[in-house]
Structure formats: C-alpha cells, structure tokens
Ligand binder design. Structure first.
Ligand SMILES: [Zn+2]
Length: 349
C-alpha cells in the first residue's frame, strides 16, 4: 500500500500528516520518532529461541501499517510476526541513523551525505518532493523566514523503516537534532543541542499539587516543581527553627543536608523520578513532625533539676497527652519563675 508523509511549514509552526489510501493522520513532527524509540521492548522465550516483543500501543507508524483488514483476517499471526519484524528492522536502522543525526562535529552537508548513503545501503527508495523547490530536495536551502507556506512530501513509503527514515530525512535536512529530554527521558527533535527539554506534557504530580492543576510541558513542570519544593522546604525550615527543643537541632541539620542532596540531584537530572523523590521526602518530613518530638533524655535531666529545686516530682501524670517538647517547656517555665507546677487534681482523675 502506498503511504505518504506530508510536512507543512507555515507561519505558526510545522504540521505533519501520514496518509494512506483511506485516511490522513496528524502527527507530532517533533515527537513522533521519540515516541517510536520509547516503544517498550521485551525479550521472551528461552536461550537460542528468544525473540523481542514490542508493545506497539497504537503508535502512529504501527497504526498505519498494522491494520490492513484483509491481511489480518487471512493470517493474523503471520501478519503480526511480519509487523514485529518490520518494527525491529526499523529500530536497528534507526540506531545507525541517530549516530549521523547527532554527530556533533559533522557539517550539515556531510550529515546529509552520510544519511543518503545509509538510505541507499538499506535500499530505501521513498521519494522526496518539495512544493516550491522543483528539482531540489534540499530543504536546508529554503529561506529561513518564509512568508508563503511550503510543504514537503515523502512518497512511496512502504515499510516502517521508510516512514522512520522519511521523518529523519526531514530532521537532518532542517538541521534538527534528537535529544533526550532531561525531564521525561523521551527523545525529541530540537533545533539546537542547547534545548534540553521536549514539549510533551509532564507526568509529574506533587503531593501538594491541586488535582485540577492544568498539565504543564516538561520544562515548565520542572520550574513549577522547583518553586513548589522551595516553598515547602522554607515552611518546614521555619517550623523547625521555632521549635526550641534541644533535639530539633539535629532534625534541622539532617533536614538541610537531605534537602541539599535532593536539590543537587535535581539540578543534574530534573527527571520525574528525582522530583518525585524530593517531593516524597518533604511530604514525609511534614507528616512525621519530628521537630516536635524532643529527646527524652533531655526531659529527664530537666525533671531531675525540678526535683532538686522543689523536692517534688514534676506532675507528668497530669500531662499525659503533652509531647516531651511541651513538658520540657513547662518545666523550664517553672524553673525560670521558681514556681512549682500547680495542678488541679479534680481535672487529673
Ligand atoms: Zn520531556
């Protein structure tokens, strides 16, 4: 079946479509290859007889090549196997192409030549057609700021490899690189290595985030999470500072060191996992409220001092629900004012 990739450059950006004889499917030009790379692979079977299974999950390429109804009805298993072989082949060849695309030192023309060479070695013969540049397939020669729309069509795409390579051809001739997003870890086509995030929607959700919060793209999500973490950290830090307990000092130092570790890790790799780890840590600290729990040893020392001073035990039974920190405050208060704690016995029992 004849399939086509059609890319349109217009004032608002770039749109892409796949066609076959029956339909047109919109694709995300910058992420379609990255999503393909992310398809999960799994090895099954025993040694010597193992094979790779791909969780294709409706990826656009496989949608187009996957459902020729007559074929499926006739010999579903066989077709499915063939499909997997197709995807596997595309994967292997894609790896070789990525080396060319991302070669940091090679000049654009050199990369195009290397790519064309690989294309011919693989025997791919999709044809490229650019609407406003007759007899010239090099999109990189197109003016950078074009007022009029132009389109580029990749015809005669028969296999998954054809679809992948026609998309790669577009990247390479327009000087795009494929980067791995620092946040979501998926690959995306970008115009410069300086760009380190993709435009996908982040899956990160923090504990304190509202349920109805609008979804954010990777870069914005990281910025947002960092601000959120800084606010949470500050709020916990303030509470710890207010806690007068002796033990709180240890809690406080441990907390600062742990936050610093998380922050450093996030600065190097602001991945979803690292943001979640810091968020979970802050959440746990806020739940445990460790700064309110004073070291019992210190309370015992204060109680001894109370006994020596007043010749009587501090009436702890009257304050069974108080935290050690609160008891400590009461004892210190008595010592400071030089007054015994008055307890209304009716209330106690
Ligand atoms: Zn991303």
């Amino acid at each position: 079946m004849e399939r086509k990739l059609w890319i349109v450059k217009h004032d608002d950006g770039i749109s892409g479509y796949f066609f076959d004889t029956q339909r047109r499917v919109t694709i995300d030009v910058f992420n379609v290859i990255g999503d393909f790379i992310s398809i999960r692979k799994k090895k099954i079977g025993t040694d010597g007889r193992n094979r790779t299974i791909y969780a294709l999950q409706n990826h656009i390429f496989t949608q187009l090549v996957d459902d020729d109804p007559c074929e499926i009805e006739r010999q579903y298993d066989c077709y499915y196997e063939e499909m997997h072989r197709e995807v596997k082949r595309a994967f292997i060849n894609l790896k070789k192409a990525l080396v060319i695309i991302n070669s940091p030192s090679a000049k654009p023309q050199r990369r195009i030549n290397d790519f064309e060479e690989l294309k011919s070695i693989l025997g791919l013969n999709f044809a490229v057609e650019i609407s406003q540049f007759e007899n010239d397939c090099d999109v990189s020669k197109a003016p950078q700021t074009m007022k009029d729309n132009f389109s580029i069509t990749y015809k005669n795409c028969k296999s998954v490899t054809d679809l992948v390579f026609s998309m790669l051809h577009f990247y390479i001739s327009n000087r795009y690189r494929l980067i791995q997003c620092k946040h979501c870890g998926k690959y995306a086509a970008v115009s410069s290595f300086k760009q380190t995030y993709c435009n996908r929607i982040s899956t990160y959700r923090g504990h304190s985030q509202k349920k109805d919060k609008k979804p954010l793209a990777c870069e914005q999500a990281v910025r947002d999470a960092k601000q959120q973490h800084a606010r949470q950290r500050k709020s916990l830090y303030d509470k710890m500072q207010k806690a007068t307990a002796y033990h709180a000092h240890n809690v406080y130092n441990r907390f600062l060191a742990e936050c610093e570790n998380h922050r450093m890790r996030i600065d190097i790799a602001p991945s979803v996992a690292n943001l979640v780890a810091y968020d979970n840590y802050l959440y746990q600290v806020s739940q445990k409220r460790e700064w309110t729990k004073m070291d019992m040893e210190e309370v015992v020392k204060q109680m001894d001092e109370y006994y020596e001073r007043f010749g009587d035990m501090f009436p702890t039974m009257a304050f069974q629900n108080a935290t050690p920190d609160e008891v400590s405050k009461m004892i210190l208060d008595c010592l400071e004012k030089d007054k015994k704690m008055k307890v209304d016995l009716d209330v106690v029992y």
